[in-house]
Design a protein around this ligand. Sequence first.
Ligand code: ADP
Length: 442
Amino acid sequence: MKLLPRPATRSLIVSLWGLALAAASGAAAGAIVGKTFAGLALGLSAWIGYALLRLSVLVNRLRSRRRLPPPEGWGLWAEIDRILWRRQREARARQRRLLEGLCAFREGARLLPDGVIVIDREDRILWSNEAARRLLGLRDPADRGRLLTDLVRTPRLARWLAGDRGSEPLLDLPAPQDENLRLAIRQVPLGQGRRMIIARDISQLMRLEQIRRDFVANVSHELRTPLTVIHGYLDLLDPDEHPALREVLIELAKQSRRMTQLVEDLLTLSRLESERQLPEAPIPIPPLIDALRREAEALSQGRHRIESEIGCASDLVGSVKDIHSAFSNLISNAVRYTPPGGKITIRWCDDPRGARFEVEDTGVGIPPEHIPRITERFYRVSTSRSRETGGTGLGLSIVKHVLNLHQAQLSIRSEPGRGSVFACIFSAERLCPRDAAKETIA
Ligand code: ADP
């Protein structure tokens, strides 16, 4: 049976030989003077003394952080030295590899074109890279331990950092030292409350976006004049007076109306996209709901049952014109996508987050796979149905932009063939007591 590995057996044998040699030498020396046992005891004591000496050397080596000398000799002590030396070499190699990895990572993060800042749970800076100096004016290591919000004094950044930890990126933030530099800020949670903040220069992207917006706005604006002329001439041509051209004139009038609506919607979108803050005032909700209901009835022309409910005692603070336009877009969709005989309910009610404006219909509904993209410009579930009903494909985009500017959310629940509920959810900060809204109207 193999009790010990081969090197250990060999060392044990060598050590036992050492012990036997010390005992035999002591006994032989003792025998010369007639004291064999005393000699044997002396030999054994010398061996124990040597063992204690090696033990203290071993303790010193274990305690010391210095590099161990390569092992020499035979026996158990030399074997222990060999094991220690090998372990130390392996540990040092592992440490070197880890350090190299860490250095490479740090170097990479330091030279990243994006600003990287690591902050703790109190938003104190733990580390930042070179791009963070260029983009946000942070100096590493001088700024370590300081609050990020003390060094980058922008209310938008402070609000964003204090908000929901997994929130959307903060877009179009002007750089503190250079207003022309526009930044996008993202955050990555790192555990133990720490966060990595990444700042990216999006100035070029914003410039291109501005060019695109200007182009759409200019084209839409330029289209207005020729469209007005076409409308003017079409108004002069009464289809009843020109029976041969009746169909053509009716179709021309319909298409030119659609084109005008498209141009108006594009201009509205351009305005909303370039707007940072809309003019705000308390909006009295009951008269607004009444007006929306009348609009729905005019659009439906008796084909639907239309109801309204007001279950929330507060009013809304926002841009009257844009809120009206967003709500009436939702109502117009409900009328257009609900077959005759269906029911449409307009609601203003309480919500755990504040209040909710809701339009519920019993219409065609939307298959779930289309819902995530439905607020994109010109995105349609069915192009032919949208055209048939006179849609421009921009209605929900407008709704989304208006809601974003009011820090509100659009929630869509829908079941194909059964109907849809479009809800605009406003936070409690957007609400005001009903009397306040009345006073501003008076
Ligand atoms: P459109 O002018 O085409 O109606 P919108 O942006 O208002 O454009 O709506 C985008 C698409 O969303 C529509 O084409 C339609 O398919 C779908 N949609 C919007 N509202 C409803 C609704 N209440 N019921 C069913 N589908 C809807």
